[in-house]
Design a protein around this ligand. Sequence first.
Ligand SMILES: *[C@@H]1O[C@H](CO)[C@@H](O)[C@H](O)[C@H]1NC(C)=O
Ligand SMILES: *[C@@H]1O[C@H](CO)[C@@H](O)[C@H](O)[C@H]1NC(C)=O
Ligand SMILES: *[C@@H]1O[C@H](CO)[C@@H](O)[C@H](O)[C@H]1NC(C)=O
Ligand SMILES: *[C@@H]1O[C@H](CO)[C@@H](O)[C@H](O)[C@H]1NC(C)=O
Ligand SMILES: *[C@@H]1O[C@H](CO)[C@@H](O)[C@H](O)[C@H]1NC(C)=O
Ligand SMILES: *[C@@H]1O[C@H](CO)[C@@H](O)[C@H](O)[C@H]1NC(C)=O
Length: 461
Amino acid sequence: MSKSFQVLLLSVAGASAAVVHFPPSSTNINNLTFALSGTGPPGIFNSSVTPNKEYGTYNWCNMPHVRTKEYKTPSQDFELTFVELIHRHHKRTPYASNTFPVEGITWDCNGTGPVAGLARHWQASTPSANPFTTLASPGFVGSTYGSQCQFPSITGAGLDDSLTHGVDLRGVYSKRLGLKDTFDPSEARIRVTNNAITSQVASGLLRGLFPKSDHIQVQIESSTFDSLEPTYSCSGADSLRNNFTTGSGGQLWQQHLTDAAPLYNKLDNVSGIPGDDFGWHMSFDHYYDNMSAKQCHAKPLPCNVDNPSLCVTQDEADTVFRLGNWEYSYLFRDAPDSAAYSALRYGAFALELKSHLQDVIQGKSTLRYVQNIAHDGSVAPLLGLLQIDVMVWPGMGSEVVFELYRNKRSSQYFIRVLWSGQPMKTSTPLGVLDMVKIEDFFNYLDSMVGSGSDLVQGCSS
Ligand SMILES: *[C@@H]1O[C@H](CO)[C@@H](O)[C@H](O)[C@H]1NC(C)=O
Ligand SMILES: *[C@@H]1O[C@H](CO)[C@@H](O)[C@H](O)[C@H]1NC(C)=O
Ligand SMILES: *[C@@H]1O[C@H](CO)[C@@H](O)[C@H](O)[C@H]1NC(C)=O
Ligand SMILES: *[C@@H]1O[C@H](CO)[C@@H](O)[C@H](O)[C@H]1NC(C)=O
Ligand SMILES: *[C@@H]1O[C@H](CO)[C@@H](O)[C@H](O)[C@H]1NC(C)=O
Ligand SMILES: *[C@@H]1O[C@H](CO)[C@@H](O)[C@H](O)[C@H]1NC(C)=O
């Protein structure tokens, strides 16, 4: 870490946040010319399977995660004391809002319905580290969900991927952390969001992670302050984002939509979506979701229902996938205010993470393993807050792992952060998050988020 940055961090520790934006590297992902006129998809988009020799490359359908095969164990001097991880749910149908007016294909959600019954095992959680809990009314009880297939729903194949993810995590962490085969709430904690698809994933994942347990209670925070999804209200974050998209700071954002007009025209002709439908034209989110969900399940690209020879081509779909990744890089890393935006949007989760790490270090917690099942809208601002060096749209199952190590000789604590199964490279002075002194990591979080009351204040501005 550079000296000047250290001084800066020390001066803000305990005081309000002083966000510094460190721009990401220039790659094809954040090159608008390449997104618009380059070739090929920015990764794998048509199968959950990544060949072993390519494991670690971007796979939208099933992102790389920690597995025994690629996992690097640090030197014997370091003892793994605690792991907290967060990942996006696995592959699913599109959201109802992202389906075309006339849907020509069917989805197989067989087998995933009953598992939404995991909602019966929800346990309300109101951690003090989340400053928004104090603003909510007490007496939160999670809502319940029906069990039939709905949009969105994790698909049967997505449930298989969830199980594999759980088996892989068990292979790496169960022995290293000394976890039992049965779930024990004194050593492990699982958390979901208010969106039922995370509970569907939990039911597959937990079968792999704790194979001897049938009924596992999972934590959930009220949607009034949920820091994981996240759903707490933060107008400070919203106004930053509005400025760098539709506002005066959003020239590049507006430019990309203008440049993509011919592509939009073709997609609208196929889908029948009116060209003035704002939801489909404010970003490529809906078209991306619609087509990637199909391709991940080996379904054909869409054709016009009245004119079956008018179809989206693979080149057009690949351009949508490149543009979608460009958008995520812009929103969470390239726009100068993206760091401040991410810090507000995901600050409450960062504060909870910090409190978990501190509790372990101070001997106040017996927890050794915490797993959070979330969304792209969770992982993306987390990557923005950490200022990852190469941003992407977090694909299905994409995972960030925080590993807390104790050096047996010095008794000092260090953190390693894994993205796609490997130490995460950031653009910050912390560099690659591979055995970073825990104090430096905390100072960085403080510089981004500040205290709980700083966050509440930043959000209400
Ligand atoms: C962006 O991509 C275009 C098209 O491939 C290329 O010509 C240009 O050099 C790239 N720009 C940067 C900064 O890499
Ligand atoms: C998946 O996509 C890749 C690259 O875009 C392509 O080479 C491959 O043939 C596709 N596989 C299938 C099964 O369509
Ligand atoms: C995607 O668009 C196609 C276009 O025909 C539509 O049939 C389908 O229902 C949509 N699916 C999803 C999941 O958005
Ligand atoms: C759903 O899956 C079960 C078990 O795999 C199978 O027995 C059943 O026939 C399937 N139902 C449908 C409608 O496909
Ligand atoms: C919007 O963003 C631009 C460019 O970053 C900045 O100069 C301007 O002050 C911002 N406006 C507001 C209201 O935040
Ligand atoms: C879309 O449809 C309109 C009206 O049929 C036609 O004029 C236009 O050329 C089409 N655009 C594309 C890109 O297919």
